[in-house]
Design a protein around this ligand. Sequence first.
Ligand code: NAP
Ligand code: MG
Length: 496
Amino acid sequence: MEVQKVWDDSYKMLIGGKFVDASDGKTIKSYCPADGELLASFPEATKEDVDTAVKAAWKAFESWKNVSAAERQDILMKIADAIDANKQKLAMIETMDNGKPIRESMGDIMLGADHFRYFAGVVRSEEDQASIINDPGSGNNLSIILREPIGVVGQIIPWNFPFLMAAWKLAPVIAAGCCTVIKPSNYTSLSLLELAKLIAPIVPPGVINIVTGRGSTTGQYLLDHPDFRKLAFTGSTEVGYSVSEAATKKLIPATLELGGKSANIFFSDCNWRKAIDGAEMGILYNQGQVCCAGSRIFVQEDIYDKFVAELVEAFKKVKVGLPWEHDTQMGSQVSQEQLDKILSYVEIGKKEGAKVAVGGERNTEGPLAKGFFMKPTLLIDVDNKMRVAQEEIFGPVACVIKFKNEEDAIAMANDTQYGLAGAVWTQDINRAIRVARGIEAGKVWVNQYNNLPAGTPFGGYKKSGIGRETHKMIIDEYSEIKNIFISLDENPTGLY
Ligand code: NAP
Ligand code: MG
């Protein structure tokens, strides 16, 4: 497939319904990680720009908070339709900016559109509650429980799924009747800026404000701004702490989707045909730059040797290639920085006594020399206590660890600071459920991996975060609850 130059040379931010540059005119450049080509420039928002966006959001909120559920549903549906109509273009931009294979970008865009449709459905099923409270102490009353939008929220998203993470954040905001100021990662801002052009004619001005810039500058201005009612963040656990502290200082809630070191557990009775593919899916999808990646592969001892041998062969066959080619299975890591971090972990693993069974190095074959390509990598002879088994590598590098029995597998799976996801592969239904229940993580797959449709809650235990997205329950996090309590008694209390 040819690269189609479908993106603009320069982008503007969306603030108060207008497309604007940074107030000081500063810009950042975005490059394609697969070939180093300059793609586009976009603004680096100043403190003043963030403040303008927050003010625009509050201004919009005055009327937006009263917009009917039917209208919000209609807006969500229109956004989904606009994404569908532009999916080829959005997917190409995502692939060029992030380095992920085009087949995955297309999946992300379609999943993103579906996310808006899911919340369009959720909106119309919203019902407030009323009940009669009648007891000797409080008398005869009608209690009405209303959900109201929390107000203006600040949202920060990462570079690994730029478009999908934006969809995960924006759809519930619109569904709940909130307004937002959202910042993408400066490594991958283009797909959201392209989406801005699609949503500007659909969403009232100021409801969605998109500011771009670096985390250390623009991101920090968001965290420091006093006028948010809630923060929502997806990214590293390290920055998650800063977001949490910023929220605490303002006494506002924060939902956090953070890092992981998930266990992908294979029992000897697993369906072999699905298993090897499942291990690959867990660690190679999106070049392993997945928060819920199955980066610790636990294999039962009696199948261990066969499993490793087949997985090594499978890793060798993976087509690492230019991300815009249709047959590419693994593309480029997002940046030099990320590639260096991954390679440094391979070295750490070797020093700790792990062996590289396959991969372990950069891929510089032919045209790949210009990008940040990595070979699919397996580390064996790994102990779960090693740094490579405890720290997030965020690349196509999995540790393979042998286990004896169920108890052993669950204990090691839980011996981590994280708790985002995990999977169990077995054909014994009781074992599947026992192990799934035993794992301290927000998502446990059985006989599959990395499947995240809307309607299935996603989020972490432990240091992997707070809150659940991709399910209607996230609406609560963007809401305040009001109780209107009405006396139905004709007489005074009689106490005075
Ligand atoms: P990151 O460094 O934490 O960045 C995430 C976002 O925060 C980016 O927009 C970044 O901006 C911004 N940021 C960085 N420093 C900031 C600061 N001091 N104040 C405010 N904002 C700041 O994470 P990353 O390296 O981009 O992404 C990888 C991490 O995200 C991994 O740990 C992964 O597990 C996690 N993740 C989790 C989920 C989930 O749903 N649980 C999903 C995806 C990723 P810039 O990039 O522009 O500097
Ligand atoms: Mg970063």
